[in-house]
Design a protein around this ligand. Structure first.
Ligand SMILES: [Zn+2]
Length: 315
């Protein structure tokens, strides 16, 4: 199994269908799991997709419409029933605090797990970072950010950014006779003295760009969505409507396949995942066709329930 992948739990907007559950997505990122937008039925979809309550470290909710949050009650209770051994942090729009509390305490159960409420307000910002930025919680090697989107109820998109790093070059290490624990010391200290000469980290490694993932829904075209998508290796974005229904998309605060694909193309996204489809459409290949017609040339997935999408290989 890839150590960084998206597990799709549900792909339906508003009303689930025979083939599509309400939304739900688990991002596996090294040892951590981030659950996005648990709609109704998420707990059972987790079982079908091989996702355990223990896999969840964080929950991110974009907004409090039912198709993105009604599953929270079941997921929170399952986390407690299974006595998940680590703390869990939840991010959601601060304006929906009362909805979060109702879902968290929808029925009686025994609380066994530490669940931290970390609501998002204003324009968003940094929620968590590897370095432990002020007011944030520590992560396994990524920064988590939120940006405000444009939807009839307050909605935030999320982005994970892995810090840029260095890739060690074995032939250069060998040329300097650096091996074993010395490599770790050079990485930590940035330089090493070998036979009276200083060898710097830059001489024996090259820049390695960190990976980026973004989760954008529900929203109209807006600056927040464009910003989140910028340079993403993997972008999950709503495309509720087909292009012919653009007036509906604008009225209800959603995107069409063509709008989502154009946004992704302009942002230089490598792998685009379209999801959150209206029940009114039968043939998912129409979304793919319109996304291609809009000029998106990267890897493209029209999401299906229970599929896994690995992050693209590093460049
Ligand atoms: Zn929705």
């Amino acid at each position: 199994m890839s150590s960084r992948e998206l597990v799709v739990l549900g792909t339906a907007s508003q009303v689930p269908t025979r083939h599509r559950n309400h939304n739900g997505y688990l991002l596996r990122w090294d040892g951590e799991g981030i659950l996005f937008d648990p709609g109704e039925g998420t707990q059972r979809q987790m079982l079908r997709a091989g996702v355990a309550a223990h896999d969840i470290n964080r929950i991110c909710i974009t907004h409090f419409h039912g198709d993105h949050s009604l599953g929270l009650a079941g997921v929170v209770q399952r986390i407690n029933l299974d006595r998940v051994p680590h703390p869990v942090t939840a991010h959601y729009p601060a304006s929906g605090q009362r909805f979060f509390e109702r879902l968290r305490y929808a029925t009686a159960y025994r609380e066994t797990v530490s669940l931290t409420e970390a609501p998002v307000a204003g324009e968003g910002g940094v929620l968590a970072s590897a370095a432990g930025a002020a007011g944030s919680t520590g992560t396994a090697g990524y920064t988590l950010e939120a940006r405000k989107l444009s939807h009839p109820v307050e909605s935030y998109g999320y982005r994970l950014i892995e810090p840029d790093g260095r890739r060690m070059l074995p032939e250069r290490l060998a040329a300097h006779g650096i091996r074993g624990p010395e490599i770790g010391r050079l990485q930590r200290e940035g330089a090493l003295v070998r036979e009276g000469r200083t060898v710097t980290l830059e001489e024996v490694s090259e820049a390695r760009r960190g990976q980026r993932f973004a989760f954008v829904m529900d929203t109209r075209l807006c600056e927040g969505a464009q910003e989140l998508a910028q340079g993403c290796d993997l972008l999950v974005i709503e495309s509720t409507f087909l292009d012919e229904d653009e007036p509906l998309a604008i009225e209800y605060g959603h995107l069409t396949a063509g709008q989502a694909a154009r946004l992704a193309a302009e942002a230089g996204v490598r792998h685009l995942v379209l999801t959150h489809f209206s029940q009114r459409y039968g043939d998912p290949s129409d979304f793919e066709r319109q996304a291609r017609a809009a000029g998106f040339e990267g890897e493209l997935t029209v999401a299906r329930d229970l599929m896994s999408v690995p992050l693209p290989k590093r460049r």
